[in-house]
Design a protein around this ligand. Structure first.
Ligand code: FBP
Length: 538
């Protein structure tokens, strides 16, 4: 990749981390753990590793850092890119190689499939140095392969044995960390020495709970999207003729949209979890948009900014019921549009046939390897534009006066996942890489590496590990009940949503747009997201 001046400058950024990671520390065990829910089923699925204690890294003051063991550790980047991933790798490398220069680190190529095929690159200091503080996942590539069949597990074991791996670090989201746990259990049950540690990655911000305060990538992605959304607000008030409809990435949870709303103050924001709580149907969401357009038009404003999360359709009770039926129908084998229509119940069939055909067909697209609807490929911003246009036309033909409506559709997704990471993500990821190495060194397996106390400066962060099983519940995927890490959705009682709910009415008919600007020029490059900062106020 060609180096821009900024790219080159970021290579020399020195990530800030808790000092204990550079000194001598010990890994201390806490209380034994259970599961998020469905405890007996989860215990029966992970008989070897279920119930392990939490662990924390605590300083061992006065003790010198001693030479570490020679360790052989593999890593895999799994799922969608998220800024900072390369710093997990540099953190892992620095920790292992500084403690013993004979340690080896192997990067599996193109995601979990690389583990099964045994395709890897051995890390060198030149390679690591070229990727410090850089965006993307292109050092070794990523992928969404789910390791699930007995043959895949056997292949993964063969690779771990051939490379004599002491550890494997899985850098991924909720589904990838679920996979990490399945690998940890499988390796342990088969007597392998390879310990498996997960690192919480995803721009979606939904791999979060009381132990994982924030996944990496969210900070950078929301800063990139906020810059662009803020710019669209300024475009709307400059040209005074356009409604910008912005769909934001974030497969299920609306954390990204909530943070972008807090940063930019749009006229209308849909939050999926609120839509669900209020049981708002697709038609009701369209009506809310039409009302906004009419009220603003009465003030002479035929322009505005509307933002929505890509997953919002799955929260609408009517669309959700339709998707669930589609999931079951499609899990049984591929079928044509007309065959689907006859298999749906009456209510879902009516809705399906009411939808614009392109959108209905997008709902039928293949699920991802983990059984998720690929909402990033479903153009719900265009669906809303089409339905709002139709509703305005309907009102016009009924004799109502309607304003001109000139919408422009935007999707902010992929451009936020591979950006140069913010300082926060550089620091968090570098710390996580160190913690993962420390957990492997201390013999832990089936854990997620964490840094917490993240609203404080990095020097005050706390580090540790939590058993992946404690975050699991049973969910229905691809027509089957399977153990997965519970996704954290937006909670309406949480401070971030409360701050938004208090302010949003004042943004409706005004143009209080806020333009946070690019990460690199932010007034304080060390600012954290409002989502994270709000936790301090809670
Ligand atoms: P991860 O959960 O793997 O981090 O990916 C999240 C995400 O970026 C979602 O926001 C989005 O819906 C999805 O990936 C897109 O997937 P793909 O890259 O396969 O199109």
């Amino acid at each position: 990749v060609h180096k821009s001046p900024l790219h080159a400058a970021r290579l020399s950024y020195r990530p800030r981390t808790p000092p204990l990671l550079r000194g001598c520390f010990q890994v201390v065990e806490g209380e034994p753990t259970s599961a998020e829910s469905d405890v007996d089923v989860i215990r029966s699925l992970f008989p070897v590793l279920f119930g392990q204690p939490t662990v924390s890294l605590v300083p061992n003051r006065g003790t010198p850092v001693t030479m570490g063991n020679v360790l052989r550790v593999g890593f895999v980047l799994s799922g969608g890119p998220a800024s900072g991933g390369h710093n997990v790798i540099s953190g892992l490398w620095d920790h292992l190689v500084e403690r013993n220069m004979d340690s080896k680190v192997f990067g599996f190529i193109d995601g979990p499939s690389g583990i099964c095929t045994g395709t890897y690159t051995e890390m060198t200091s030149e390679l690591i140095n070229a990727f410090r503080n850089q965006g993307g996942f292109h050092m070794v590539g990523s992928g969404r392969t789910k390791i699930s069949t007995p043959e895949q597990f056997a292949a993964a074991r063969a690779t771990a044995e051939k490379l004599q791996l002491d550890g494997l670090v899985v850098i991924g989201g909720d589904d990838s960390n679920t996979n990490a746990m399945l690998l940890a259990e499988n390796f342990a049950a088969n007597g392998l020495k390879t310990r498996v540690i997960g690192c919480p990655k995803t721009i979606d911000g939904d791999l979060r709970n009381q132990h994982v305060e924030m996944s990496f990538g969210f900070d950078t992605a929301t800063k990139v999207y906020s810059e662009l959304t803020g710019n669209l607000g300024l475009d709307a008030i400059s040209a005074k003729k356009t409604y910008h409809f912005v769909r934001l990435m974030g497969r299920s949870a609306s954390h990204i949209t909530l943070e972008v709303a807090l940063q930019t103050h749009p006229n209308l924001t849909l939050i999926g979890e609120e839509v669900q709580a209020k049981k708002q149907t697709l038609a009701q969401c369209v009506t809310a948009m039409v009302e906004l357009i009419l009220e603003r038009a009465a003030l002479g404003k035929n322009y505005g900014l509307i933002i929505l999360p890509e997953g919002v359709i799955e929260f609408m009770p009517d669309v959700c019921a339709l998707i669930q039926q589609l999931n079951d129908i499609l899990a049984a084998g591929s079928v044509s549009f007309d065959e689907v229509v006859v298999k749906l119940d009456a209510e879902s069939r009516n809705l399906f046939l009411l939808l614009p055909r392109t959108f209905a067909e997008q709902l039928m697209m293949d699920r991802d390897p983990h059984g998720n609807v690929q909402v990033s490929k479903i153009e719900s911003e265009r669906l809303f534009i089409e339905m709002v246009t139709n509703e305005l036309a309907k009102r016009k033909s009924a004799g109502e006066e309607v304003p001109p409506f000139s919408p422009v559709a935007h999707f902010l997704g992929y451009e936020g996942r591979a950006s140069l990471p913010s300082n926060f993500d550089c620091n968090l990821c570098y710390s996580l890489g160190n913690v993962a190495a420390a957990l492997i060194e201390s013999g832990k397996t089936g854990y997620i590496a964490t840094a917490s106390n993240l609203t404080s400066p990095p020097e005050q962060w706390k580090c540790g590990g939590f058993p992946l099983t404690m975050m699991m519940n049973i969910e229905r995927r691809k027509g089957k009940n399977v153990p997965v890490i519970k996704k954290a959705l937006v909670v309406l009682e949480e401070m971030a949503f409360k701050i938004f709910a208090e302010q949003r009415d004042s943004w409706r008919l005004t143009e209080d747009y806020r333009c946070p600007g690019p990460i690199q020029y932010a007034a304080d490059a060390n600012d954290i997201t409002i989502t994270l900062a709000s936790e301090e106020k809670a």
